[in-house]
Design a protein around this ligand. Structure first.
Ligand code: ATP
Length: 369
């Protein structure tokens, strides 16, 4: 997939801006606060219908304006044109259109324009709470596996219903134990499906991750593994076997669950373990080492997507190189040469002399930060 051009109106500090990136690497540079990240954020809206930074639409709307519009023209590997329009109005909410047809629900659009992101705040994937790592997993899998996304949404729905039932039973305000058994079996089956898919995805991702991390961090063991409520799960386990384990666990913990009115185990509580030479990178890695680890993960994801999907993803890398030494920066640029269309932002336009450098302040329509 390739972005041909994008136009934004009333988005963040951009009142009317046009951007036409190159096919390979485009370095978008400019001073702090000039609006480089906002351009990536707008592209991210076209790909995933939401902000790169997790911001609500009301925050992305330019101050004192009533609506924003983002229009992107893409071309697929086979040469098919795709036009995506994301608009938001204070009174009518968000609307997403693909080739002039409304997309609803928005999750339907996920995977159409695969993209890999890097933003400095994503370092939380490496050193933040388990929820950050689960989000990384779910985002990656949802873009590459439609069935996973559907099953994950079902899992979340059933989890919510089971928690509501636990609350009803705990407060004696309705519900029955038979109903709880039914929801438990339902949840256990979905939990098994989601968990096994995550484990097999990580196994495949590791094939790409380990050599990348070796080239950025040096020889050694670099591991990404899944940590479930049951500890490590044997990848040969069948869905039925895992479902039975979940049912057994839910039965064992039912009393505590009723006290806490919460489902205490399942994929919504699981985590990933990132190890470098046997040590948790989260606890022992320097800032630069943690950042390099995250970059290897993202580049591995690019390779995974490229091999698995019919469309090669677009890379949106925000301020990736700060905190990295010259050797790592140059190594990453070597790897990026094979990463299809990559748009990266930096304050330093001379970061890589061979890449096309575009100043955000020189883009058509730029009015100021
Ligand atoms: N809703 C909004 N309306 C208008 N301006 C906004 C809005 N939200 C943020 N801004 C401003 O838009 C500018 C764009 O910030 P952005 O993060 O895109 O800049 P940047 O070039 O990536 O900066 P840095 O190099 O510091 O990361 C900032 O000056 C910010 O204050």
């Amino acid at each position: 997939m390739r972005l041909k051009n994008i136009q934004v109106e009333n988005f963040r500090n951009h009142h009317s801006l046009a951007f036409q990136p190159e096919e390979g690497i485009t370095v978008l540079y400019g001073p702090n606060g000039s609006g480089k990240t906002s351009v990536l954020e707008a592209i991210h809206y076209c790909a995933l219908t939401k902000s790169l930074l997790g911001a609500p639409e009301s925050e992305c709307l330019a101050f004192s304006e009533e609506y924003f519009i983002i229009s992107g023209e893409f071309v697929s590997t086979r040469g098919t044109s795709l036009s995506v329009k994301v608009s938001y109005g204070k009174d009518r909410g968000k609307l997403v259109q693909l080739n002039q047809s409304e997309v609803k629900p928005f999750s339907q659009h996920v995977g159409t324009i695969p993209c890999i992101t890097f933003s400095p705040s994503e370092i939380a994937i490496v050193n933040g709470s388990p929820g950050e790592r689960r989000r990384f997993l779910d985002n990656a899998l949802s873009q590459s596996d439609r069935r996973y996304l559907d099953e994950l949404l079902d899992y979340r729905r059933v989890l919510q219903q089971r928690n509501a039932l636990l609350l009803q039973l705990a407060s004696s305000s309705g519900g029955s134990r038979e109903m709880l058994d039914l929801w438990t079996e339902n949840l256990a089956d979905l939990a098994a499906g989601v968990t096994l898919r995550r484990i097999s995805f990580l196994g495949e991702l590791s094939v790409y991750f380990e050599p990348l991390q070796t080239s950025l961090a040096g020889k050694g063991s670099h591991l990404v593994t899944y940590r479930s409520s049951f500890g490590t799960i044997d990848s040969g386990l069948s869905r039925d076997e895992l479902r039975d384990r979940y049912i057994k666990r839910f039965k064992e913990t039912q009393r505590q669950e009723l006290l806490r009115t919460q489902t205490m185990s399942g994929p919504h509580r699981d985590d990933l373990l990132f190890l470098s030479n046997g040590r948790e990178i989260k606890k022992y890695g320097s800032q630069g080492q943690q950042r390099a680890f995250l970059i290897s993960l993202k580049l591995a994801l690019f390779r995974y997507f490229s091999h698995r999907l019919p469309e090669s993803p677009i890379c949106l890398f925000d301020d990736m190189f700060s905190e990295l030494d010259a050797e790592r920066t140059s190594e990453i640029f070597n790897i990026l040469e094979d990463c299809g269309q990559t748009i990266l932002t930096t304050t330093d336009g001379s970061l890589h002399p061979a890449s096309q450098a575009v100043s955000v302040t020189a883009l058509p329509g730029y009015r100021g930060g």
